[in-house]
Design a protein around this ligand. Sequence first.
Ligand code: ATP
Ligand code: MG
Length: 183
Amino acid sequence: MRLARIKLAGFKSFVDPTTLVLPGNRVGVVGPNGCGKSNTIDAVRWVMGESSAKHLRGDSGEDVIFNGSSSRKPVGQASIELVFDNSEGRLGGEYSAYTEIAVKRALTRDGQSKYYLNGHRARKRDIVDLFLGTGLGPRSYAIIEQGMIARLIEARPEDLRTYLEEAAGISKYKERRRETENR
Ligand code: ATP
Ligand code: MG
């Protein structure tokens, strides 16, 4: 499963609709300080359901919406769509037959967050579910950021276990059990 495209609009510094095409298994993003490299990673986390503003390097949820610059007015909505190449069918139960899976999130300034799966409205938990056990997800080991290796080495056993369970594909079932127990 490969992330093939990222479509951004009104998200952080990406005010105009922009499509980033990731053509191969190895893509380098280079550019001067502040040009938006890290914002693209924030975008990926955000679509996968990250709800902590701090983890997106902001103070509040709305900080992901373009808030204006010297030449542009702020906009009212941020949206990101991730398009995964799923030709190997590794993603998503009922969606496994789709060769491409598009996951989208949009947020307006009134705090309304909406998710879409291949164009259809979805709940946040549908998105979280889709990625559970794949190694992808807002806090998963698929995104290795600065300081993460040190955090892994120094992790408490129970935190390390979370990573191992995700790698082993168990986390999905644990989440289901938690839900059943809470009902
Ligand atoms: P570095 O090389 O320093 O790590 P970078 O390319 O990773 O830089 P980012 O952190 O992705 O840069 O982008 C930072 C830029 O995004 C800043 O110029 C900041 O003003 C802008 N930015 C962040 N949030 C918003 C927002 N809500 N609206 C407008 N611009 C924003
Ligand atoms: Mg950066």
